[in-house]
Design a protein around this ligand. Structure first.
Ligand SMILES: C[S@@+](CC[C@H](N)C(=O)[O-])C[C@H]1O[C@@H](n2cnc3c(N)ncnc32)[C@H](O)[C@@H]1O
Length: 281
């Protein structure tokens, strides 16, 4: 057991490779446990801004438990940076949901779920996830392919993970379902001027406003919103009027009560992104 003691303290410290059994023994003996500064175990640290210690700290405090699928995926050699970014964000959201006391089995709507990686990972940690994507991306980016995206989504589906190829507006109009949480990960800035500011799937400001209000009326607790930083706004201003600044929009529109910064990450296009939780009214 790699246990060390401070000279002037009787509190044991444990290094990141201390066997979990040793931690359990210390807990059973009623001894306080202070995690030693964690050594990173993640092979591609530079891929995202997600602090590596985040996961180690979560491991220390909560154990592997339900996060095993996420951590396994994260530790595996990532297939590509898209996958890695998805795993990081799913992990940040999964842990934030647990810390905020969200019940297992809660219903999550993943708006613009893409190939469904994040939906599947959250379903594996115990939530019921519904993903919706219209594959606008396939029309706007030549290297994307509608059939491949649909095939990928099919592979990601499971009992707790339903993935639909649909426009989110039509999806919401055609169901009465209410969700506990909605994910808006790198999607909101694509609406006003179309995907990648290309005009594909463009939605007029008043309709966009109505869509967001209708979405919030169908979500009980939280939105997770990942939005570009001001650097990207300056590069390609998606909303020169400033009406749709995310996540501030949700407070200004009276839809949310609070915004919490959850993590800094990187979008699949390599641009910096911030991930926030919006507490809904
Ligand atoms: C940049 S991707 C983000 C994918 C995923 N959320 C992620 O973070 O990895 C934006 C996605 O939103 C989808 N999308 C855009 N407008 C949509 C709409 N009206 N209904 C459904 N999906 C839409 C696009 O097809 C695309 O897959």
């Amino acid at each position: 057991m790699q246990e060390s003691r401070d000279i002037d303290s009787d509190v044991p410290k444990f290094s990141s490779d201390t066997p979990r059994a040793a931690v359990r023994v210390a807990r059973a003996a009623g001894r306080a446990i202070i995690p030693a500064p964690a050594r990173s175990r993640f092979p591609h640290e530079q891929t995202t801004y997600q602090p590596c210690e985040f996961s180690d700290l979560a491991l220390w405090r909560y154990g592997v438990g339900d996060y095993e699928p996420l951590l396994k995926e994260r530790l595996a050699k990532p297939r590509d940076s898209y996958e890695r970014a998805a795993v990081d964000r799913a992990l940040a959201i999964g842990i934030d949901l647990a810390v905020s006391g969200m019940r297992r089995g809660a219903a999550i709507l993943d708006v613009g779920c893409g190939a469904g990686t994040i939906s599947r990972l959250l379903a594996e940690t115990g939530y019921h996830v519904t993903g919706v994507d219209q594959d606008i991306v396939a029309g706007a980016q030549e290297w994307q392919n509608r059939e491949a995206l649909a095939r990928n989504r099919k592979q990601m589906e499971g009992a707790a993970c339903r993935l639909f190829t649909a426009d989110v507006v039509e999806f919401l109009e055609n169901t009465n379902e209410v969700f506990d949480v909605a994910l808006l990960l790198s999607v909101l800035h694509h609406f006003l001027h179309g995907y990648g500011y290309s005009g594909a799937g463009e939605i007029a400001p008043d309709r966009f406003d109505a869509l967001l209000k209708s979405l919030c009326s169908r979500v009980r607790s939280y939105l997770y919103v990942e939005a570009p930083g001001s650097d990207e706004f300056e590069e390609m201003p998606p909303d020169p009027t400033g009406r749709f600044r995310f996540p501030a929009y949700f407070l200004e529109a009276g839809l949310g009560t609070d915004v919490h910064f959850i993590a800094a990450s990187v979008a699949t296009n390599g641009k910096p992104r911030r991930l926030y939780r919006v507490d809904l009214k």
